[in-house]
Design a protein around this ligand. Sequence first.
Ligand code: ATP
Ligand code: MG
Length: 586
Amino acid sequence: MRQTRLLIPTLREVPAEAEVVSHKLLLRAGMIRQVARGIYDFLPLGVRVLRKVERIIREEMQRAGAQEVLLPAICPAELWQESGRWERYGKELLRMKDRNDREFCFGPTHEEVVTDLVRRDVRSYRDLPLNLFQIQVKFRDEVRPRFGLMRGREFIMKDGYSFHVDRVECDREYDNMYAAYRRIFERCGLRFRPVEADTGAIGGSRSHEFQVLADSGEDAIVSCDRCEYAANVEKAAIGDAASAATAGAGGASCSASSATALRTVATPGQRTVEEVSAFLAVPAERFVKSLVYVVDGGGPVLAMVRGDHVLSEAKLKDALGAQAVALASEDVVARVTGAPVGFAGPIGLPSGVRRVGDRALAGLVDGVAGANAADQHLVGVAHARDLADVELADLRVAGEGDACPRCDGRFVLQRGIEVGQVFHLGTKYSAAMHATVLDADGAERLLEMGCYGIGVTRTIAAAIEQNHDDAGIIWPMPLAPFHVVIVPVNCNDERLRTTAERLHDELEARGIDVLLDDRDERPGVKFKDADLIGHPLRITVGPRALERGAVELKRRTEASADEVPVEAAAARVAALVAEGLGAPPA
Ligand code: ATP
Ligand code: MG
């Protein structure tokens, strides 16, 4: 391909609208342009990358036995009403009416549509298992679309859904998809980790996220330094609370008898742990941080963690066996605790308010808690004496150094970008939508379902967040729009131009994605653009080397180039491309 024939409007300046590296570089490299908030054009180079990601996904999904379908982007409200999500999904769901005033939405995900398809056309267990996937444009009216392709409103997703006669078969498919996802992200050339995840609003009982490791990632994950265990910090089970994970808990080993007496102190206007900690000169780890939650829209619960810890709502939800938990409003807090927000505590609450605390509170002595009265806190709080009847559970967000639940290793904290997620859905949708099959005994059974998503466009952004330098993108070979760029330093020099063209044709004949920078530009400009766009390999055709019958071959990751005889250049490039693409899957 010739660069003069492609629309590649590179930019020297960093666009003001972009905050993160991938967004800046995608704009600067001329791959995308913003049309509206969270809505983008893909230009030719962007489309080439997109197609490569899609192709890897498609091949691996098909290899894993899934079948490609294409469901509508515009979905009738009736299906969403059946599942109950028309009401529950909130403002992220883009709703619209047709000319006859019938309601529709632009699909943000397709559980309803696919379940409807399967319930109409699949009758017997003999038609199962079934795994249907599509690669399609989704729309989610995100509150804060940002970071370019990372969190758009319109974006491309691979979504897949599997249907089974029982849980065993469904679990088998989950493992199959998990393995397929590993292959997909390996083939993309990305460093990633599958981590245990919360099932969130989609519901279900088992889930992993695939996280591309990058310091700029929105998600925090922990992985064990000894074993394979890894999880989202919201979800990561923390091992034995008595171990060093709680070191720093003020005197965790002291006995209750050494505790000081409980007394009330005035803390006028001091509400947060930070404020009260500074005011009383007591470190945050001796605080009982108390938060009032409403559970499944119903009764209040007082949830507690140590002052230096963060409550995980995902864990709270699991500990209570609830569908949903939400922080209580100021009114509810005032009603439950008899005090304004900032003074809630576990002691002296009306009976009937369930109290549940994080395990790291065990052994607390001489602690501080809200007194359930305005401008007052309690000091001298001892777990053994004052909180012995509080339920304890693993409630806090995991962090660096916490104990692994599987072995005696410790957690290492990393940041990641969620590029995919697999879920066991169970019968959540089949039950709501009456999707059944007849089993081998002729009995009617609800379909067991799994669902499997990959953010196709987000994967592109994640690849850049993980692979770039000051000069631009450094594409992993499998995702690069072109494997190699050929730069004749002067296109008006006949010999340079014909050598470059010959090499281009030879590489193209070998199936290499090659770009010939045939623009009438200074070499410096071409080199800058090549680095910005991030071609993994660059061949420079210049007069001096050509005198010796050679061209220069440089990898994007290296500062210096090698001289390669012209006749050997194509074979050398082909070998490097093959190496970069990795072994073809078995
Ligand atoms: P997030 O927590 O980041 O909002 P999610 O968990 O809601 O994402 P899923 O419903 O699991 O997303 O969707 C499957 C995949 O689609 C995600 O793993 C992610 O890679 C991608 N994705 C989700 N929302 C967006 C978005 N707004 N822009 C780009 N990709 C997205
Ligand atoms: Mg997700």
